[in-house]
Design a protein around this ligand. Structure first.
Ligand code: AMP
Length: 397
């Protein structure tokens, strides 16, 4: 069985083609700048990478370009697209309607459409990808894997905000969370690595990429999460502020005359590592500037790691136990310096770092970075959202 995994952004489509029997990736790639005159396809197959300028005015044409590449005589891996047995789609927001992945039918399409109100940047793009793929592959089953689904188990005391209650009933104001597919993948994988049953494992999973989020997992289920109604809440991110006092907004509106739009842009796009460092949203640049003596970059990194430690502390208080802390995402997987700082802050909880292990785990490797017998093991487990989507798709189909 071949499963085609599609992850549509507003101007890009990421894709992977899996052979389900052995989970081999037959091909994968990225089509970017859809809608501009300079769309580019980066296609990996058979160990080689192929870059092409292509015409892709919209997602439908874009998806056609990708399917053509998959059956291309030179760079393709299939003889015809009928060899695709199922398609798995990443969908960001399922709202309160969705608790697990589902085969796409009219009801699921309507749910994705309805929840676009809560994810205006993501759900419409996801829907465009689904529509394009369903019209290109009308006889093939399509499955939606929702980012919010793993976080649907949060109890009301974790997902409700202490605001007037009709905001929840009338305007759906509550914590939904994001990155759920990543947190689910690393939860299952870490349980496997620890030799524990998935439904028994207690973890704190920490996704540190350009967006950052944390999940408290009790008995394999998410019980709390750092992102909120939108992905702005929680940890410090590349350009997002994470937790702030909401009264900042009133203060700046009155004092600086900033509009709601300006504030929204500043908190989403000009804050986080970029805002504090003034250098970059990229952790590598911030660490390099900090090493060169830039105090603002040092502070940005310190706020970033301090916030993580604070969340770990609060999740420790609400979990029945903690088998491990799991670091993932671009920063978690690749930055020994940030991992060292986090372990230092968590030293009193028993996260005794093994420096050699920490330095050695890079570029997709997995393993513990704490010493044998540490009270609080810290693991690095590279995330694999696409594989999670492929597995769900195969299981449902
Ligand atoms: P992601 O969104 O998961 O692709 O992660 C992207 C982020 O990972 C980038 O913004 C970088 O800040 C970070 N990153 C990638 N490699 C490294 C590295 N070697 N050291 C520090 N940060 C890294």
């Amino acid at each position: 069985m071949n499963v085609f995994v599609v992850n549509c952004g507003s101007s890009s489509i990421k894709y992977q083609l899996y052979r389900a029997t052995d989970e081999a990736v037959l091909a994968g790639g990225l089509l970017e700048r859809i809608g501009s005159n300079e769309a580019e396809l980066h296609h990996d197959a058979g160990g080689a990478r192929h870059d092409r300028k292509v015409e892709a005015p919209d997602h439908t044409v874009g998806l056609g370009v990708i399917l053509d590449a998959l059956v291309d005589a030179e760079i393709g891996v299939l003889t015809c697209i009928d060899e695709i047995d199922a398609v798995g789609h990443r969908v960001v927001h399922g709202g309160e309607d969705i608790r697990q992945s589902a085969r796409i039918d009219d009801r699921i399409l309507e749910i994705i459409r309805k929840n676009a109100e809560l994810a205006p940047l993501h759900n419409p793009a996801n829907l465009a990808g689904i529509t394009a793929a369903m019209s290109a592959l009308p006889k093939t089953p399509h499955v939606a894997v929702f980012d919010t689904a793993f976080l649907a188990t949060l109890p009301p005391h974790a997902y409700r905000y202490a605001v007037p209650r009709d905001w929840y009933s009338r305007y759906h104001v509550r914590r939904y969370g994001f990155h759920g597919t990543s947190h689910r993948y690393v939860t299952l994988r870490t349980a496997e690595l620890l030799g524990l049953a998935a439904e028994k494992v207690n973890l704190i999973t920490v996704h540190l990429g350009n967006g950052c989020s944390m999940t408290a997992v009790a008995g394999g289920k998410a019980v709390d999460h750092s992102m909120g109604m939108t992905p702005l809440e929680g940890l410090v991110m590349g350009t997002r502020c994470g937790d702030i006092d909401p009264a900042l907004i009133f203060h700046l509106a009155r004092r600086a005359g900033m509009s709601l739009e300006e504030l929204e842009t500043a908190l989403n796009k000009q804050s986080g590592l970029l805002g504090v460092s003034g250098v970059s949203n990229d952790m590598r640049d911030c660490l390099a500037a900090a090493a060169d003596g830039n105090d603002d970059a040092t502070l940005a990194v310190d706020i970033f790691t301090y916030r993580i430690a604070r969340y770990v502390g609060s999740y420790f208080a609400i979990l029945p136990g903690c088998d491990a802390i799991v670091l993932t995402g671009g920063i978690g997987e690749n930055s020994p310096a940030i991992r060292r700082k986090i372990c230092r802050l968590l030293h009193r909880l028993g996260a005794t770092l093994d420096d050699k292990r920490n330095e050695a785990i890079l570029g997709g490797a997995e393993g513990a970075i704490t010493a044998d017998g540490a009270d609080l093991p810290v693991w690095v487990v590279p995330t694999n959202e696409e594989l999670m989507i492929a597995r769900d798709t195969q299981a449902i189909v």
